[in-house]
Design a protein around this ligand. Sequence first.
Ligand code: E4P
Length: 217
Amino acid sequence: MKFFVDTAETAEIQELAATGLLDGVTTNPSLIAKSGRDFKEVIAEICKITDGDVSAEVAATDYDGMMKEALELVKIADNVVIKLPLTLDGLKACKALTEKGHKTNVTLCFSANQALLAAKAGATYVSPFIGRLDDINVDGMELIREIRVIFDNYGFDTQILAASIRTPNHVKDCALVGADVATIPPATLKALVKHPLTDKGLESFLADWAKTGQKIV
Ligand code: E4P
């Protein structure tokens, strides 16, 4: 499973990219607003930090507007992926951009039928939002499971990009049910490495090592 980070904060992306564990980045209009920075400038900077796919979302809601914005955004860098809302106009734009050879991420997916439409439109990625479904008492992970079955039934190439991830358990469950990618907030991504027994074990190994008085280099 690939790990994307869900943020527009370049310092955090830089830090995670340096670990070698980062496969790409997703942003959305809310994350751009939170960064307080110019959209195209921040996407350009992210695309220099990672050569993985970087999702940049259109703000237009009509087909012509989406196409105009998308064709401007793809000029920023080769690894820009156009993020489009799961609407009829978004799907139409997805199909057209795919035919032009651009990568797409169809976002705000909340049902298996919506994911099926995104795959039929040739999306590179479809983003089911797990956390927002959990928030309304619907099992978000069940949606990932259903989409996996549907895509496998028909051999769709569209990758399942599990989004709106809130906890390390979401990441584990995504891996268990076969999501292709998880886009994870920086703090949750960093939390994956933590285990109290790792910290405790390391502390006791280091204490015992100190008693030997030895140095490796
Ligand atoms: C995905 O591409 C979205 O940017 C993101 O995962 C949304 O997460 P949220 O529901 O925590 O805002």
